[in-house]
Design a protein around this ligand. Sequence first.
Ligand code: HEC
Length: 181
Amino acid sequence: MTDNDQPTRSRSAGTYTLVIIAIVAVGMIFFLGTEPSDMEEPDKLVSNAEPTKVSDPAAAAVLNVSTANIRDGVYTNAQARRGDKLYAEHCSLCHLPSMTGKEPAPELAGDLFMSKWTGQSVGDLFIRIATTMPVSNPGLLTEKQYADLVAVLLQANNFPAGAEEIEVDQDYMDGIKIQMN
Ligand code: HEC
């Protein structure tokens, strides 16, 4: 039994190997033969297609949701004025009245601030401030006051005022993405 089986097996294994070699050989000839003209085109197609096709729909979806909210104005002028007073009292010593910051306190208005917070939510900013600021006494202020501070920070970063105040509701605030356009 074993003697009979072995030749059959090794023959079919040998045939298999030959077929694979043949396929690889044909493949290489095809690949080498077409390389010069074909290598450039697929490359171009891929590099053109990726930025536009892959990223656009996702980015558009994110932008539609977030900009609709924050660009409509999610705080009122009155709220920002309250925030401005609180800022002068509790924050400006370290972050400066201009909000440009002073080591080690970072700026709270400008490109650097926006690059850090773009894509995060108003809820993220609220939590950051309410749980860590002012450094010497985190949680010193009420939630409403921290929301007022978020309002003045949004104003300082050129987000428009609107008809409604920032509601002190984590889900609501989490739904507002910080996004310039
Ligand atoms: C005693 C100085 C001091 C005071 C007062 C202070 N901060 Fe800060 N703040 C810092 C420092 C230092 C950092 C960075 C290190 C850290 O997060 O602890 C910071 C970080 C921040 C950040 C994060 C900025 C970013 O983009 O990473 C925000 C927002 C912020 N402060 C807001 C406030 C607000 C609003 C107040 C007033 C309620 C306030 N801070 C009061 C020193 C201060």
